[in-house]
Design a protein around this ligand. Structure first.
Ligand SMILES: Nc1ncnc2c1ncn2[C@@H]1O[C@H](COP(=O)(O)OP(=O)(O)OP(=O)(O)O)[C@@H](O)[C@H]1O
Ligand SMILES: Cc1ncc(COP(=O)(O)O)c(N)n1
Length: 494
């Protein structure tokens, strides 16, 4: 029979934390997931905007509906929001306690926003002894033992021992925010399972360099609840939950979700990394460099001087003419009609739509595209593309032309979000450029280009796969240099 796991928690509409994360985690562990919503939040990856808790009587009604019908093998309790909700859960546990109870004492989100009424802290403290396992983060652990936040893992373990002994529950001390060093000096993210008898089991894991950490606490506690009925002990469940979470953290960036601290990829093991997800993660430093470079920052806020934008536009027009030839070459190499149509259409679109945009923008300033000299960076990028498309396979050529879709779509989307937040009265000098790349039709074309590259990778020989990886990374670097030449290199005489 499938293991049936219940989450009693808050809702995170952006899908990275709360019950949304819990249900994905339950599915990832092969269990049947259920969710009783204690509280609603309006939040995204950047922070919490509002919290609304329905009447506690409705929480009781939801819990009764489950208990009257379904045997629950394990429960994970997360954000409860209010003292009234905590009282309802306390009563429910007294009468319907499932075999395994994990309690994540959610008080404050990573963003610093409160997720528990201030007057509910003592009620939450009183609920703790009903759990088998508590999963406070460093800040919550400190509040629960009435101490300052620990500065290192040893300090956190000492607090964990105090909490375990006062509640009779096991405590998983999470060292994610503390960091620790392994024998070979590698940075680790070590957790520790502390028993009420003072026993300590270290659960080490590699540190993942990522900003996609929204909902890690929710996901870890859910994985523990889902795995415990399938494992011998909490220690065994913790080791497997930790390994799963490390993979989810590593896959988070490739999801491309949100502008703040993005979510982890709960389903990474069900859908193993493709060429595109792997490469998107691999070029994370290049993406970060593009997102924060002076040219893009000034383009985003509209402060980019026209002289720099004009230089960029002129080079881009040179680039697009040749890029369109490369896309036509990918179409010629395409193994099937869908790919051929897509790349041929993209070639025409590069000439018509994008170059049209450039012409309009220049004409509006009384300038034209004639007599422009191609810069060294533009030349180098085009030489690379022409080489991949002239001498490489379809797979290599499809990988080489992909960053120009994907990085523009990515930057366009980011700038489009900023643009939408701006008051409509503030005219942005480069609004037309942003709209072109933030357009959902361009996002759809990018998704198609990614799909074609992924399929080529699947069908490719080992040599072709290596060539795809090299071509994709090199094109991505050139994309960065291409933007950078607009402000960061000495002016090229035009
Ligand atoms: N960058 C990282 N690399 C590896 N593991 C991490 C990283 N950040 C957090 N973790 C792990 O994620 C789990 C959750 O730990 P964390 O301390 O972030 O909890 P939390 O603060 O409750 O999470 P949340 O961000 O959801 O509030 C722990 O197993 C921790 O070791
Ligand atoms: C509904 C809900 N529950 C829990 C958290 C804590 O997660 P995090 O600290 O990662 O934001 C959250 N943000 N939202």
């Amino acid at each position: 029979m499938t293991v049936r796991v219940l989450s009693i928690a808050g809702s995170d509409p952006s899908g990275g934390a709360g019950i949304q994360a819990d249900l994905k985690t339950f599915a990832a562990q092969g269990t049947y997931g259920m969710a009783v919503i204690a509280s609603l939040t309006a939040q995204n990856t950047a922070g919490v905007r509002g919290v609304f808790s329905p009447p506690a009587s409705f929480l009781a009604q939801q819990l009764d509906a489950i208990s009257d019908d379904i045997a629950v093998d394990a429960v994970k309790i997360g954000m409860l929001g209010s003292a009234e909700n905590i009282a309802v859960v306390d009563t429910w546990l007294a009468t319907h306690r499932p075999p395994f109870v994990v309690l994540d004492p959610v008080m404050v989100a990573t963003s610093g926003d409160r997720l528990l009424d201030e007057n509910a802290e003592s009620a939450l403290r009183a609920l703790l002894p009903r759990a088998d396992l508590l999963t406070p983060n460093v800040a919550e652990l400190a509040v629960l033992v009435g101490d300052e936040p620990a500065r290192d893992l040893d300090g956190a373990i000492a607090q964990g021992k105090a909490l375990a002994s006062s509640t009779g529950a096991q405590v998983l001390v999470k060292g994610g925010h503390l960091g620790s060093a392994g024998a070979d000096g590698d940075q680790l993210a070590t957790d520790a399972l502390v028993g009420p008898d003072g026993s300590v089991t270290l659960v080490p894991g590699p540190w993942v360099s990522t900003t996609n950490t929204h909902g890690t606490g929710c996901s870890l506690s859910s994985a523990l609840a889902a795995l415990r009925p399938q494992r011998e002990s909490w220690a065994a469940a913790a080791v497997d939950a930790k390994a799963w979470l490390t993979g989810a953290l590593a896959g988070g960036a490739a999801l491309g979700v949100g502008q703040g601290r993005g979510p982890v990829d709960h389903l990474h093991a069900l859908f193993p990394a493709t060429f595109s997800t792997q490469e998107w993660s691999r070029i994370a430093p290049i993406r970060a460099a593009i997102e924060t470079m002076p040219f893009i920052v000034a383009l985003a806020d509209g402060s980019l001087p026209w002289v720099n934008f004009r230089f960029y536009l002129a080079q881009d027009a040179q680039y697009l003419r040749e890029y369109a030839r490369c896309l036509a070459r990918v179409a010629a190499l395409a193994p099937d009609q869908d790919a051929q149509e897509f790349f041929a259409h993209s070639s025409a679109a590069a000439l018509e739509a994008e170059m049209g945009l450039h012409r309009t923008l220049l004409t509006a300033h009384g300038e034209s595209l004639s007599g422009i000299e191609t810069s060294p960076v533009t030349t180098a990028y085009l030489d690379h593309l022409h080489r991949c498309c002239a001498t490489g396979s379809y797979a290599e050529a499809a990988a080489a032309v992909l960053p120009c879709f994907w990085l523009y779509q990515h930057i366009g989307e980011r700038l489009g979000v900023l643009q939408a937040q701006r008051s409509s009265a503030d005219a942005h000098p480069y609004a037309a450029w942003i709209e072109t790349y933030a357009d959902p039709a361009f996002a759809a074309a990018t998704t198609s280009a990614i799909g074609f590259a992924d399929r080529a990778f699947q069908a490719g020989s080992p040599a072709e796969r290596d060539a795809m990886i090299a071509a994709f990374e090199r094109s991505s670097r050139y994309e960065w240099m291409f933007f950078a030449q607009g402000t960061d290199l000495p002016a090229w005489p035009v």
